[in-house]
Design a protein around this ligand. Structure first.
Ligand SMILES: [Zn+2]
Ligand SMILES: [Zn+2]
Ligand SMILES: [Zn+2]
Ligand SMILES: [Zn+2]
Length: 143
C-alpha cells in the first residue's frame, strides 16, 4: 500500500530484530501498551503489525545498561527481556514475561525502564539544588 502517507520504518536489533517497525500514531486513549515498559502508548510510537509489537519512540532509545544511584554504583543494570514475571524494586509493580526491565543479576534487583528518566533526574539533584528548594520555606524556619 504505497502512497498512504510518509511512514518511517526503522529496525531495532535490541527490541525487535526480526521485523522492521513502522512509525505509528497511537490515538489518545488507545489501548496499546508498549512491549518494553508496559505503559500505554499515545502519540508517536513504532509498531510491528505482524507480531502485534508496539513500542514508545522513547523506549527505543533506552540504553542497554545503566548505573543507578539508588542501587550500588558498582553494579550496572542491564536491559533484559523477562522470561518470567518480575517485581520492580522501585515501584513494587509486577512486570510480565516478554517485557523489559533493567536487571542486576548478582543482587536480583530489577527496575522498570520507565524509571530510567527518574534516574537521570536523581543524578542532577546536587546538594546545591536541594538547598535552593528548602529556601522557599521563608519564615517557617524553626530551631
Ligand atoms: Zn515504552
Ligand atoms: Zn514482528
Ligand atoms: Zn517499576
Ligand atoms: Zn547489584
Amino acid at each position: 500500500m504505497a502512497g498512504a502517507g510518509a511512514t518511517t520504518t526503522i529496525r531495532s536489533s535490541l527490541f525487535h530484530a526480526q521485523h522492521p517497525l513502522n512509525q505509528y500514531h497511537y490515538a489518545e486513549g488507545s489501548a496499546y501498551r508498549c512491549d518494553a515498559c508496559e505503559l500505554r502508548i499515545t502519540g508517536i510510537g513504532f509498531r510491528c503489525g505482524e507480531c502485534d509489537f508496539d513500542i514508545h519512540a522513547a523506549c527505543l532509545g533506552l540504553p542497554v545498561s545503566i548505573s543507578l544511584a539508588k542501587h550500588s554504583r558498582e553494579h550496572d543494570l542491564t536491559l533484559t527481556r523477562l522470561k518470567a514475571s518480575r517485581w520492580c524494586d522501585v515501584c513494587k509493580e509486577t512486570s510480565h514475561a516478554g517485557c523489559y526491565m533493567y536487571l542486576c543479576a548478582p543482587c536480583n534487583y530489577d527496575v522498570h525502564p520507565r524509571w530510567w528518566r527518574w534516574v537521570v533526574v536523581t543524578r542532577r539533584h546536587t546538594r546545591h539544588d536541594l538547598m535552593t528548594i528548602s529556601k522557599k520555606n521563608k519564615g517557617t524556619v524553626r530551631s
